[in-house]
Ligand binder design. Structure first.
Ligand SMILES: C[S@@+](CC[C@H](N)C(=O)[O-])C[C@H]1O[C@@H](n2cnc3c(N)ncnc32)[C@H](O)[C@@H]1O
Length: 272
């Protein structure tokens, strides 16, 4: 089998961390996400996975739980909208479109930097109504390629924290202007979360990459009053974590009263 050489820089390399986490989870019993495609993908890749020292069987289930949560929100949206558009911003090497496997009325767009999209094209097959857009989300051009005549769900899993706050604010404003109506689901870290993940990133990819903490849902409502937060849930308290070990669940229970720790990661959903 010809190996796919992967040399990704900076934020782009983090797509390898989440892919690797899903592959580790797929090998575990029980598995949270069961992403066999992620497992097959890492077997095809020529890359030194030992670089990702910080990812292991203890941490991988957290990444898998996050993806399962956003899969569930995507399925919920598609159950209500048979004809729709789904956009995954900062899609990296994620296989959500295959996990969710939407019906023929759904058009799906995965957006990421050109180098990441190039690797995606080598790892994963084409499918009907599925498009990849090679662009930074901070450029405005990608939006013009996405139609506005159907209900839209934008999922930005593991993306916003890599942007500068001003870039993030502009991105949300542009999406609201372009689509008019829709739903945006994304995750964020609070200040402590950004600091902790930056420590982990320094160990694995050699540099801190996160810039934008969000802990107050009103931040984006102030940026654009057309945005309404309908969900802000602690990543540690979601139902996707029910299958984690007893010790992990006990820890979660103990930290509930302490927002600084409880909200290290938050899953947000806004409508506009
Ligand atoms: C942690 S990975 C998450 C990948 C995927 N969403 C997942 O959950 O597996 C972050 C991704 O965001 C992408 N990214 C970061 N900043 C970006 C930008 N300005 N434009 C497009 N993609 C960006 C990176 O290239 C990377 O693929």
């Amino acid at each position: 089998m010809t190996q796919v050489k992967v040399r990704l820089d900076k934020a782009m390399e983090t797509s390898m961390i989440t892919l690797y986490a899903k592959a580790i989870d797929a090998r575990m019993n029980p598995t949270i996400l069961g992403d066999q495609m992620a497992l097959r993908a890492i077997e095809k890749i020529d890359y030194d996975f030992s670089r990702l020292k910080a990812m292991n069987e203890r941490l991988a289930p957290n990444a898998a739980c996050r993806s399962r949560h956003f899969d569930d929100w995507t399925r919920e949206f598609l159950a209500a909208h048979e004809r729709a558009v789904v956009v995954h911003l900062g899609a990296g090497l994620d296989t959500r479109v295959w996990r969710v496997d939407p019906g023929p009325g759904v058009t799906w767009y995965d957006v990421d930097y050109p180098d990441v999209i190039d690797v995606r094209g080598k790892l994963f097959p084409a499918r009907d109504n599925y498009h990849m857009i090679a662009s930074s989300v901070t450029s405005e051009d990608w939006l013009a390629r996405i139609p506005t005549d159907l209900p839209v769900l934008v999922v930005a899993e593991g993306l916003t924290m890599y942007l500068r706050p001003a870039q993030g604010h502009e991105l949300f404003r542009h999406m609201v202007d372009h689509f008019g109506h829709g739903t945006i689901a994304f995750d964020a870290h609070n200040r402590l979360g950004v600091r902790l993940v930056n420590i982990m990133l320094k160990r694995s990819v050699g540099t801190a990459l996160l810039h934008w903490p969000i802990s107050d849902h009103r931040e984006l409502e102030r940026v654009d009053p057309r945005l309404h937060c309908v969900d802000a849930v602690s990543a540690l308290l979601t139902s996707s974590r029910r299958s984690l070990s007893l010790g992990t669940r006990l820890f979660t229970h103990l930290i509930k009263p302490f927002p600084g720790i409880r909200d290290l990661g938050i899953y947000f959903r806004y409508t506009f």
